[in-house]
Design a protein around this ligand. Sequence first.
Ligand code: ATP
Ligand code: MG
Length: 139
Amino acid sequence: MATNRTFTMIKPDAANAGNAGAILKMIEEAGFRIVAIKKTKLSAETAGKFYEVHKERGFYGELCAYMSSGAIFPAILEKENAVEDFRKLIGATDPKKAEAGTIRAIFATSIEANAVHGSDSDENAAIEGAFFFAETERF
Ligand code: ATP
Ligand code: MG
């Protein structure tokens, strides 16, 4: 298990509700180091590009509208086994199915407004991190 990186976004529902600090605390306490972070807002077009892999899914239009509805906090995180461990920390996509104590179980309000994003592979973590951050913004 080499030290590696994943990518996350605190989504508009959690950012709007003032839960970014509490979520980042859980992330750091779980052993993740913040390599890069910022507050920004996606346009519908940029959200569409980020979620292009989901283009054929029924919820794509709504997802892009939701993800561009408010500010987000994208971040690159570092830890041993980062991708898998972060998916465990955030819990299932649908908060009703997320294990107790996970970020989504605590903060998500619906399957769409599910508080955080987590990359699903090392390859996608690298692509998604590069979508938001230059090498000079990573420490
Ligand atoms: P993420 O990629 O954001 O970490 P995930 O990998 O758990 O989430 P995906 O299947 O990649 O889930 O879906 C991407 C996002 O699309 C979800 O996080 C959620 O916001 C939204 N989404 C997924 N399924 C649905 C659905 N059935 N209805 C509405 N929105 C959905
Ligand atoms: Mg996903």
